[in-house]
Design a protein around this ligand. Structure first.
Ligand code: GLU
Length: 304
């Protein structure tokens, strides 16, 4: 525990001095004004130990990390039926690409690219008003993190509603292929709000504990489904940077354009890292570097 704490502090100090911090996402205007000099890391171990360093109590926009939680909810609710509407292959393209969707007749490659996540949200809306979906989503996050103080940032959701033209294009394309069952503006309203949830690194690491599959972690999904979500995080969790993340880190992870990454060490740890500057693939530049350092120092890899 003392070793791990010291390691996290050393990583935070190294990241504070890093010259190349990447670029903050500016296609969502509300995210463009986030200070890029921030960094945080938090770890929850399977035995309940928690350590953190840096700005670990600062809230950030979880953005696409939310797709892990909505996928877990959808698998819990609908089971394997979901796979008739969304695939399980890496896309090799940008998170918001529309080319592949047209080519593959409205079946998104996987649930972590935007088109796939929009389908997952549509599936969760079935029988629910968008407001009910959001209530259920926040209940899931709060239960997973064991913390009631998790909320949606309305200004971020509004900002993306005003500028999310590409996501509207994806939703209409899905609708044209009959793979969206609710009106695009309802689905995207729900999707933008889910992405606009804010968490601290400490909260996010805690919320990820159920994906460790450790006996002491909260049991929110069956072990078989947890293994599958981890497989998808490994192959698709960083968009067209997924191969590079697997190569450098060797652990399942899901990134978001808010600069957060949730990483799972099966049966051992849940890690959250945050630094708002992104690399060319839209993944946190220093977050990735920090996780690479930590995984190597701890000998954490699913590849032995
Ligand atoms: N809300 C963002 C979008 O749909 C999420 C993208 C991301 O975090 O990668 O563009």
């Amino acid at each position: 525990m003392a070793d791990l704490q010291a390691r996290l502090e050393a990583i935070a100090a190294e990241m504070a001095a890093a010259p190349d911090r990447g670029r903050v996402a500016d296609y969502i205007p509300e995210l463009a004004c986030i200070d890029p000099d921030q960094f945080a890391i938090a770890v929850c171990l399977a035995d309940g130990t928690e350590c953190a360093a840096g700005d670990a109590d600062t809230r950030f926009s979880i953005q696409s990390v939310s797709k892990v939680f909505t996928l877990a909810m959808a698998l819990g609710r609908l089971g394997d039926q979901l796979w008739s509407r969304v695939g399980r292959e890496p896309s090799g393209l940008a998170f918001n690409s529309i080319l592949q969707l047209e080519h593959e007749r409205g079946i998104p490659r996987n649930p972590f690219i935007n088109a796939g996540a929009i389908v997952v949200t549509d599936a969760l809306l079935s029988g629910h008003a968008p407001r009910e979906f959001l209530g259920e989503y926040l209940r899931f996050l709060r239960l997973a993190a064991d913390d009631e103080d998790i909320h949606v940032n309305e200004a971020v959701a509004r900002s993306e509603t005003e500028t999310g033209h590409r996501n509207f294009a994806l939703a209409y394309e899905l609708r044209a292929h009959d793979n969206l069952h609710h009106p695009p503006d309802h689905v995207l309203g729900a999707y933008f709000h889910q992405c606009a949830a804010e968490m601290t690194c400490r909260q996010l690491a805690r919320a990820g504990r159920f994906l460790m599959g450790a006996a002491a972690a909260p049991r929110l999904l069956s072990p078989a489904r947890i293994r599958r979500i981890n497989a998808l995080m490994m192959t698709c969790g960083h968009y067209d940077g997924s191969g590079d993340f697997a190569f450098r880190v060797g652990l399942p992870g899901k990134s978001g354009v808010g600069g957060g990454i949730l990483v799972i060490v099966p049966e051992r740890a849940a890690i959250a890292v945050w630094s708002p500057g992104l690399n060319a693939q839209g993944n946190s530049q220093l977050g990735t570097l920090a996780i690479e350092r930590l995984a190597r120092a701890q000998h954490w890899s699913v590849f032995g």
